[in-house]
Every structure is written in C-alpha cells, then in structure tokens.
Write a protein that binds this ligand. Structure first.
Ligand SMILES: [Zn+2]
Length: 300
C-alpha cells in the first residue's frame, strides 16, 4: 500500500484504517473504527505500526459517504443517477463512489438496494461502513486484484436526486426493531447460513422451548471459549430463533443480540447481506397487510 494514496484519501477527508494483509474489510481487526483517521501524523504512526497491511476507507456522517455499486447494469436499469465523482473500481468489477455527505444523506443513513438475486446491488455506506481503499490489493476472495481509481477527480456532494433514489429503492437493515406479533422470516432466509456467516461453531444440539429454537454454541463469543462448567447439552450459550434472532448466555446474562451485533461489528465481520426478515425486502413487504407498510416506513 502506497502511503501517498493514503495521504490523498485523508486530504479528501476520507477516514482510513488499517486492516489485515490481503483483506478488503476490517474483519479480524478490533478497534478499526477508533483507529480510522484523517490525521497525517496518526496515519504515519499507523503505517509504521501495521506494515504490509491493507487499508479501508470508512464512511462517516457529516463527512464522506461511499456508494458501492456491485451491479451497475441493474442500477442503470432502475434509473439510478450516477454522479461524476471520485470512483474506484474493485477487482470484481464493482464501483465505489466517494461523495461528500449532506444533511439529507445523513438522515437516510446506511441502506442497501437489493438486486434481483436478493443480494445488495447498491450499498449506501453513510456511517462506519467500509470499502477497500484505492491502492489496495485483495487476495481474501477471488477475483484477486487491485482497487484502482478509475475517475481521479475530487468527490462531489451527494446529489439530492441520488438520495431520493436511494430512499425510494433502498431497504434499511433494521434487525433490531420490529413490532411484529409473529416471526416474519424472509422466505429465502437460512438460519444455518447466518450462523456460518458469523463463524459461530455449533455443537449440533438444539432444543425447542415454547416455539423458540435454541441452537447451542461451542463457545461464548464474548469470552472466546466455553464458560466454565458449560458442557455440551448444557445450552449455556445459544442463538435463539423465535420471532427474531436472539442471543442467550447463562454466563453473560447482560448480553443480548444487540451486544452480539456490536461485537461482530467490532470484530470487523461484515453484516449479513441477505434479508433476514420480510420487512427488509420492499418487493415482498409491499404486498403484505397495512401493518407492514407502516413498519417499513418506520424502519427508515
Ligand atoms: Zn457468555
């Protein structure tokens, strides 16, 4: 990673944070959010402290937003206004647009526009979301290659019409709220895929209590090992699937799913990208009863 490229990004006001060598996300680098900086002095120190590391740009409210276009054809077909701004091309052919945040874009916050396959075709990264910095080489996932600047101009403020487009087409990942009386899982949601995404080792033991499925984990994610005397089938540490995804640990009674999500974020594990709940998918939620329309609006 060329230090000059980091300085250029910092000069533009884009926070930079070191990530593990070869990586394109902060996975495995706790403290990445606090480490992200635009200070030249701090960058010099970090560059020395983390030699041969990759770097990520970090979106920050009030400063810089990043739009990650994975499926350009889909975005264009759906009328996405694409501004001329600092643009980086990823090895897989996606584009990262760097834009200055506005009050309007800050109100929108992080959101995704889902493509035909249910995966995000466009990701709007407003706050504490990352993209591999230009000049980064990735070899954590094929295709390997460089993130290189393909439009070398200064970022522009995000145009209002683009924010409007995101409002209209985006879905907010809002797993925490929800006023649904019953589980409304997305039809494509696979709980084992979710568990695998967060690298949660399973003992293979499960139990159903009052309609809630308890899936036992080998280790407590918060202590990094099994709690003392927590043997198999003790169901000490579990992910629960009831009306929502939950977390239950006899050793950490104060930890809930929110703390677990923060823990994953701190560990740099990317957020699960598929829909978990029905209300996250506007195309399906819209066909439901009015309570959904209300909840979809409120989720924003
Ligand atoms: Zn625990």
């Amino acid at each position: 990673m060329d230090f000059q490229q980091l300085l250029e990004q910092a000069r533009r006001g884009v926070h930079q944070t070191p990530v593990l060598p070869g990586r394109r996300s902060p996975k495995g680098m706790p403290g990445w959010r606090e480490r992200a900086t635009t200070s030249i002095e701090k960058l010099k120190g970090l560059y020395k402290e983390y030699p041969n590391h990759n770097w990520c740009s970090v979106a920050r409210k009030g400063l810089v937003s990043i739009i990650d276009i994975d499926d350009l054809a889909f975005a264009k077909e759906n009328g996405m206004p694409i501004p001329r701004t600092l643009t980086v091309k990823s090895p897989s052919g996606g584009y990262h647009l760097y834009l200055y945040a506005t009050a309007k874009s800050d109100r929108l916050g992080n959101c995704d526009v889902l493509g035909p396959d249910g995966k995000p075709a466009v990701e709007f990264k407003s706050h504490n979301k990352t993209a591999a910095a230009p000049g980064t080489w990735r070899d954590d996932k094929e295709p390997y290659g460089w993130y290189r600047i393909v439009r070398d101009i200064e970022p522009v403020p995000i145009p209002d019409e683009l924010v409007d487009w995101l409002w209209e087409h985006g879905s907010k990942k809002n797993h925490k709220d929800g006023k649904f009386p019953k589980a409304q899982w997305h039809p494509t949601f696979d709980r084992y895929d979710w568990l695998e995404h967060y690298e949660l080792g399973l003992t293979g033991h499960e139990k159903n209590v009052g309609g809630v499925l308890y899936v036992e984990l080998h280790e407590c994610p918060f202590v990094g090992r099994a709690h003392t005397r927590a043997g198999e089938k003790s169901f000490c540490t579990c992910i629960t699937f009831g009306n929502r995804i939950g977390f239950s640990c006899l050793g950490c009674p104060d930890k809930h799913i929110e703390e677990l999500r923060e823990h994953f974020e701190e560990e740099g594990i990317e957020e699960y990208e598929y829909c978990i709940y029905l209300h996250e998918d506007p195309s399906l939620a819209a066909k439901r009863t009015p309570i959904f329309t209300f909840d979809v609006e409120e989720a924003r």
